[in-house]
Design a protein around this ligand. Sequence first.
Ligand SMILES: [Zn+2]
Length: 425
Amino acid sequence: MNSGRILTLGFGLFLVGIPSLASVPEAGVPGGVEPWVRVRVGEWKNTFEIRGYDLVFQALSTREPAFIGSKSKTRPHRFTANRGTEWKIDCPGSGRVRVTLASDPSIRYEAQSPVRVESPSGFVRIEDRPFRSQVYFYGAKGTRGCEAVNKLPIEKYLEGLVNSEFNSRWNRDAIDAQVVAARTYAYHEIIEAKKRPQEHFDLESTTKDQVYEGAQKEDFLASQSVSRTRGQILTARSSVKPMKAYYHSTCGGETALPEEVWGKAEPGFERKVVCPYCKTSPAFSWEGVFSKKTLIERVLAGLKFPKFPFPTIGKSEMEFTLTAFAKKGGRRIQEVLLSWNGGLHELKSRIPAQKFRLWVGPVELKSTNFEIFSLNGDSVVFRGRGYGHGVGMCQWGAKEMGSEGFNSRKILSHYYPDAVVRRTW
Ligand SMILES: [Zn+2]
């Protein structure tokens, strides 16, 4: 990188022009090339603090007139901060991205387009968390706020993911099976994201998709599992495309099909699976208790019930009935019927159970495999089994299967009986 020209700017900071650090292969149909994944790691925040060694800032539009303050004539849309520095990134609106040196706010640049940050060390720290490869900052089109997206090779992403979603100290076959499921899910989302060109990312870094906290949780066991299963994905038998390989914490005895939970079938899921393995999970059976006031407020908020004065809900407005409906022969609740008479307002509503669960609180109401145990007094008590949506692999079940000596392929074929494993890169 020393081949670049060194410029000394008026404010005493050394800037070096260097070639781009990485070429990014295209993700697409399986074809032997490891795709890169774009993970949203920061959502519309006003300011991000970033640190790194020899950070390279690059405005994405090469038509960018210049970073304000940059005096380089050859590469006006790029600059390198010499040695270890700390910067603040904020987005003042209209898609602009502003980069300010933390130790001297007079050193400031502003781009009209998104900005990519990378470092020859391979890491960029955001709020003290290390992220591999590249971080992109997008400015909100209208008002203030930036979005941060980490772009990195999918296998490196998985190494960081293991100890957020699972635990690398679990049995190695259980971890291998989970890594294959997580790789498949991520690859599926990379392909799906191409249908949403207005978005800049493939996956959220939260439980909305898969929890990812950067490179800080990588360890040797996680890396080994990722390299043992490199490129392996699950597909429906007649397809080479990655399936949407859902997984969840604890099925509670039986998995669910996507159409039961979200009303839409997915390739690769044809049969439910009986799971005798997750009894050791702390969420195998549970009780969820809500005050009536909390429950009705959350449901009404979920229904966007109009003009309801939430803070003033009175005693007489807490009375309601709830009825839960399962499919014949099924354990999971499909719909909840709420009848509520709040004096001036009256409501009778059939709510899909998955929505109901997310509205009232998915941590307290851990699954849709529940019964309404009591609706007396001031509280509502649910009793249920399992944690999560119930589709695909049961993580606690996979852990137990691994401990009992099943290998990773057996674990995968147990929870995805209609899928096959293919190696794609
Ligand atoms: Zn299970």
